[in-house]
Write a protein of this length. Sequence first.
Length: 277
Amino acid sequence: MSEFTLAAFADEAGAEVSEQIRALQENGIPGIELRGVGEKNITDLTCEEAKELKKQLDDGGIRVWCIGSPLGKISVGEAFAPHLDVFKHTLELAHILQTERIRMFSFFCPKGEEQYCRDIVFERLHQFCAAAQGSGILLCHENEKGIYGDNADRCLDILKNFPSIKGVYDPANFLQCGEDTLRAWDMLEPYLCYMHIKDVREDGTVVPAGKGNGRIPELLKRYAKMGGTVLTLEPHLTVFKGLEALENGEKTKIGEFSYPSQRDAFDAAVHALKDLF
């Protein structure tokens, strides 16, 4: 398992690009999954801002593994046309930033009404795929609490029906939805492109990798066996700028692991993961 290459959501180490680059460099992490950039979400950058960001990352020796977008993180009841415009702009950003991947989601549905939302979700995903066709960009669907694809069965439904979408496996998000992480892995493995590293306890409390019930060590073995090479660290061990916007009204439970700063929490998350290799 020592062959893994790490990327990270470095906005959890600091909001500013300079802070993110420094945290990655000092932890020996060569890749970034871009989400928060200063005061903006990555999808809100102009093309000129993206070019400047790419230069900063190049100068720091950091490559963009994926754009960690919030695309698909709107309700099925919200207007889709403006969101599709953001999606098309994000495709442009991906080319500027020289990444082949965009992380996305499958739309928030009222609890218990997911099957009634399926047609709406699938029509929107179809439009995403049509817009991305021929772009060379891989759409990477992450399982997330409250969206259509929050459990393994509905993730499988998406991935079987949209061959141009691959899965991003997040064990903590599955556990927070009551899924057995190994069962979910077995169901989805043929459709996965990479995985996020975040761990939680049974009550949903976020903890460093290997300290929770996500079965991270076993999942790493399975990921290596399938030929997986890149892991994105998404620790959520402390409150950081932009966290509230990710949660859809829910609050992340942060446990007994406390840290004096975002950077200390990020460093601890890196060390916990590396201890599992």
